[in-house]
Design a protein around this ligand. Sequence first.
Ligand SMILES: Cc1cc2nc3c(=O)[nH]c(=O)nc-3n(C[C@H](O)[C@H](O)[C@H](O)COP(=O)(O)O)c2cc1C
Length: 240
Amino acid sequence: MDGDPLVHAPPPDGVCTGNGSALRPEPAASDAQPLVVGISGGTGIVYGIRMLQALRAGGVPTHLVFSRGARLTLPHECGLTVRDVLALADVHHHPDDMAAAVSSGSFRTRGMVVAPCSVKSLAQIATGVCDTLLARAADVTLKERRRLVLMVRETPLTLTHLRNMATVTENGAIIAPPVPAFYIRPRTLDDVIDQSVGRVLDLFGIDTGSFARWRRPDASQPATHPLPERGDRPCESALS
Ligand SMILES: Cc1cc2nc3c(=O)[nH]c(=O)nc-3n(C[C@H](O)[C@H](O)[C@H](O)COP(=O)(O)O)c2cc1C
């Protein structure tokens, strides 16, 4: 299908390169290893977008899996096209490409974040049903005992959602829903988004430096308004 940004040739990297040092121990995740970013169809695609931007700004290579669900949700939330989002990653993979690099544990990564993570993708990851590349890459991340962080976005939650979160946590994943911290006194949606993204990247040892960390309030300073300003456009401003 010409012109479809989700249909493309497999990326040139991630292929086997031969092994001249068979007994070398697995090194710790190096800065050169990519972080896999999954963006699923939960609301809050801007979290994944901001994640990709922060990682690019920090020089962290990224492999993106943009799900079919995310493709449907994107136009409801954002002025960006699928192509715009894919361009934020160093490598992007077709959501059905089970032969992609991130589908194999032998492809070294520093872990994976799913931002946002729908409860459908959560359920797939919890049950090991790997019929999408996003679920397969997450399953690979767990089996290789690498860090997996899921920014699960749904409310209210059913017992099934909660049980699936417990299951993936027992398997080593970290559930990190995008929940605002109001103690930073956010003035815009950008502040809210940057704080959630920054706290998730903290879990990978990556400091975005783009959000206010907790410090004891200065009693002499008045509180700023805690709600986003009207007219704020977090998706679009994320690109500026
Ligand atoms: C505008 C919109 C918002 C949605 N928000 C959510 C959400 O917050 N959480 C969720 O789990 N699913 C949400 N969905 C439903 C998912 O997109 C849908 O279940 C999809 O099949 C998920 O597939 P994926 O995980 O493969 O992307 C939303 C769908 C639309 C169209």
